[in-house]
Structures are given as structure tokens and as C-alpha cells.
Design a protein around this ligand. Sequence first.
Ligand code: SAM
Length: 260
Amino acid sequence: MSMLQFDDDAARRIQRLYSTPDVVQQRAEVLALLAAQPGERVLDVGSGPGFLVASLADAVGPSGAVYGVDQSKPMNTVARDLTARQSWVSIDDGDALALPYADGRFDAAVSTQVYEYVADIPAALAELRRVIRRGGRVLVLDTDWDSVVWHAADRERHRRVMAAWEEHLVHPHLPCTLPGQLRGARFRVVRRSLLSLFNPVYEQDTFSALIMEMIAGFVEGRQGLTGAEAGAWLADLRERGAEDDYLFSINRYCFLAVAE
Ligand SMILES: C[S@@+](CC[C@H](N)C(=O)[O-])C[C@H]1O[C@@H](n2cnc3c(N)ncnc32)[C@H](O)[C@@H]1O
């Protein structure tokens, strides 16, 4: 069965999900860690809806340049709309495994929640290293889906739903291997950070309230889960919310590294 497809519907959902205050805060932390400077050339691999590209463009200014590259045309359409007024931004169609840029072209690069979808991590990191100048920095952020804490009344059904959701990407537990894989690609890891999203109550404009809908839609028909079971899982979480008995958290793991 296929993983999550970044089609028109997913692009709209992700645009909405990544507009929540939770993810806005995550981006602010990523931006602070990368610390892009005026005049720098920065690449965002798997730029998705383009929010990070737009903020990076503000940081480097018109004397710099920001390139977003993504293999999803619907995502790139959203990102081009968002950055239309920033003439020093380019949003390109392309694959993380074959970046359409010359060697050593960039001072810095970022890739948030992308490599977890890419099967061949050594090849993807080698490609990232190729386009970064020596001494340039990269920031890679991914999720470990084992880090999710979510209050569900039916724990057995919840475990099955989360197991089925792991099929939405190739590497549901990538972060623990990233420092070693970055070293293998000739990067020196200089900083490791944990970014947590925490929803202690159920509210509409939060990461967990929106991702639960995506999860319920995705898991139906996987690992023996029926639509009724997926719906009951969703109703259970919402009931926890209505009863003020809710809790959700998830961890992102972030690695800042320098090209050797
Ligand atoms: C979960 S979204 C994250 C988007 C963005 N990095 C962010 O954090 O806002 C994952 C993105 O990675 C892109 N993607 C996945 N595999 C890719 C690949 N091999 N090459 C380029 N983009 C890829 C998808 O199209 C999607 O836009």
C-alpha cells in the first residue's frame, strides 16, 4: 500500500496544519537555529507549502537568494503563491535525490520533515552535501512517531491506528540514525535540539486536532482497520477533548551540521 501522496488535497491540508500556532512556533525555532544571514544563498529541500522559504527570504533579504525544491507540483503551486512578491525566491520542481543545482551552490540548507519520506538516506544526504559549500551549514529535522503521547480510551485500537499511520512514510523512526548518517555524508554535527509540540487541551486550531483527521482518513483499510474503527478512534479523541480529559505531544528532532 502506498505512503501519503502529496496531491492537491494533501497540499491544502498541510497548508492548514502548518498554519497552526504549534507549527508556526516550530518554524521560529528552526529559523533561530539556522540563523540565515543577509546575503546568504539558502536551499529548502522538500519545501512543501513554502512557509519556511518565505521566512528565510525575509532573513536573507533581496541581496541573498532562497531556493525551495519539492517533487510535488501541488505543493509548489502553494509555495509559489505564497512567495510571489519575494523576487529573490525560486520554487523548483525536483527530487531530493537529484537536486537541480550546481556543486557548492549554497551557504546553508534546511530540510524539515522530508527525509523521513525518502527511502535512500545516504544518497539523499550525499546529494545535499554536494550542493553545500565547504563550511556551509545544514539543518535537518524529522519526527520519531514513537514519541507520540495521546490520551485514547481504547489503547488497543489506538495502537493499531498508530501502527497503520506509520505506513504514511518510509522512516517513522529516522532521527536516532541521523547524526551517524550525517557524519557518513561528511557533515560535522554541531547541535542537537528537541522541539516538542504540546496540546494539553483539545482546540480546533492545533496540530493534533487537524492531524487526527488526516490519520483517520489514511488508516482506513490498512492493517485490518475498518472505516468504522477509524471513525470510532477519532470520536474517542474528540470525546476526551469535550470532557477536558485530553493530552497530546510529539517530538521533532533537529540536527545542525557543518559541511566538511
Ligand atoms: C511533510 S511535508 C514538509 C514540508 C516542509 N518541509 C515543511 O516542513 O513545511 C513533506 C514534503 O516533502 C516533499 N518530498 C517528499 N519526498 C521528496 C523527495 N524525494 N524530493 C523532494 N521533495 C520530497 C513532499 O512533496 C512534501 O512537500
